[in-house]
Design a protein around this ligand. Structure first.
Ligand code: TYC
Length: 101
């Protein structure tokens, strides 16, 4: 009589699984000065002048631009801080977050 082979009933999650990442998205508006957007991108996201200019102009032309990806907490904190920097100057500058597919 052959031995009965039973499958384990529990699933093991690989321990190397990485946390889900979130995109920080810059949203265009008609009021925030271009140079101020660039300043915020450099200060909050550590982008170079060149990178900040490209991200700003992409949002300006297309409506939105992905700034960077982070874990959920960091993405939300940075988006809030960057949005608040605009608010402090009376600008409607907006950064949002969205999970990566
Ligand atoms: N559209 C703004 C202007 O013409 C500049 C701007 C760019 C504002 C990107 C927000 O996310 C933004 N002054």
């Amino acid at each position: 009589m052959p031995e009965t082979v039973t499958k384990p009933r529990t699933r093991t999650k690989p321990q190397t699984e990485r946390p889900k990442l979130y995109k920080v998205i810059l949203v265009n508006d008609d009021f925030t000065p271009r140079e101020f957007v660039v300043t915020v991108l450099k200060a909050e996201f550590r982008l170079s002048e060149d990178q900040a200019q490209r991200v700003m102009i992409t949002a300006h032309r297309r409506g939105v631009c992905v700034v960077a990806v982070f874990t959920k907490d960091i993405a939300e904190t940075k988006a809030t801080r960057a949005t608040d920097a605009g608010k402090a100057k009376g600008y409607p500058l907006l950064f949002t977050t969205e999970p990566e597919e």
